[in-house]
Write a protein that binds this ligand. Structure first.
Ligand code: ZN
Length: 295
């Protein structure tokens, strides 16, 4: 083991500058907490930064625990991009001067309440709903602020950061227009979900989210399920939304009680098969079908 480690060290020193271990570049390292922030940071940072992500693909981000290496990564990074309230471990590890909390860039929505029913997973620290990346318009604002923040951290490349931030903001603006148009004429406005992650999307496009639970890991009570069933029936809901990474069981129980189908919406808490834009467009199609939209 020791001999191997020594060899690796020698090889690393031989291949480049002594200060730059093998596999690392001299670009500023930016840590993104989970997928949508990774996507955005890559758009805005471009080839001027090296982006790493804390939450592995396929992992539900809220309960993330950080290893020593990841904490060290955060300490050494030029910037850590996160949203306070999503991951308590990350909230604890970041330092104010070297972090960017995307929630400070936008108007947040207060946390939904279910009459004090269950503990909210990983959201105890903040009073707002942290799922703000599901509104493309708010994410566009985050892109602009992130560009400014990266420019301040690395003034030599400021223009590149600002240009790419402007491009990302405009791409997200286009997506926002597609949603606004696509959801403008629908039979139903009720968005019944298992995990209440879509408040920002509902807010932006005037849908009414009826969530069963804020916590995808907790079984909702039968009382809560029948409450939601009552609302769903009254609203003439035909589809109950489930999501990737969360067991569809709760939504299926509810759907059978209401006589509705289920369909999958992606809350983008983890890397989709495409990227942020394609997954959001898939969400739009799913919503248009489920809500009977004609645009
Ligand atoms: Zn969530």
């Amino acid at each position: 083991m020791l001999a191997g480690a020594a060899l690796l060290t020698t090889a690393a020193c031989g291949s480049g500058s002594a200060e730059t271990p093998a596999g690392q570049s001299d670009k500023p390292e930016v840590v993104a907490a989970f997928y949508p922030l990774q996507w955005l940071t890559e758009q805005v940072g471009g080839s001027d930064v090296q982006v790493t992500v804390l939450t592995a693909p396929g992992v539900e981000p809220h309960d993330l625990e950080l290893g020593i290496q990841q904490v060290t990564g955060i300490r050494n990074a030029a910037l850590t991009v996160y949203i306070k309230g999503v991951q308590p471990a990350v909230d604890e590890a970041v330092e104010a001067e070297t972090s960017f909390d995307a929630a400070t860039a936008v108007t947040t929505i207060p946390m939904g309440e279910h009459a004090g029913e269950e503990e909210e997973h990983g959201h105890e620290e903040v009073s707002y709903d942290p799922h703000l990346w599901l509104d493309p318009a708010r994410l566009a604002t985050v892109a602009t602020k992130l560009g400014e923040r990266l420019a301040a951290a690395d003034p030599e490349h400021a223009q590149g950061f600002k240009d790419r931030a402007a491009t990302a903001a405009s791409t997200l603006g286009t997506l926002d227009q597609e949603f606004a148009k696509g959801l403008s004429t629908c039979k139903s406005k009720a968005l019944v979900t298992a995990h209440e992650a879509f408040s920002y999307l509902a807010d932006r496009y005037r849908l009414k989210q009826v969530g069963i639970t804020l916590d995808p890991d907790t079984e909702p009570s039968p009382t809560r399920i029948s409450e939601v069933a009552k609302v769903a029936k009254a609203e003439g809901v035909t589809t109950i939304f489930t999501e990737t990474l969360v067991s569809p069981k709760v939504a299926e129980v509810l759907a059978s009680e209401v006589g509705a189908k289920t369909a999958v919406l992606d809350p983008l808490e983890s890397k989709p098969s495409g990227d942020y834009l394609s997954a959001m467009r898939d969400n739009l199609k799913t919503l248009q079908t489920a809500l009977g939209c004609t645009a």
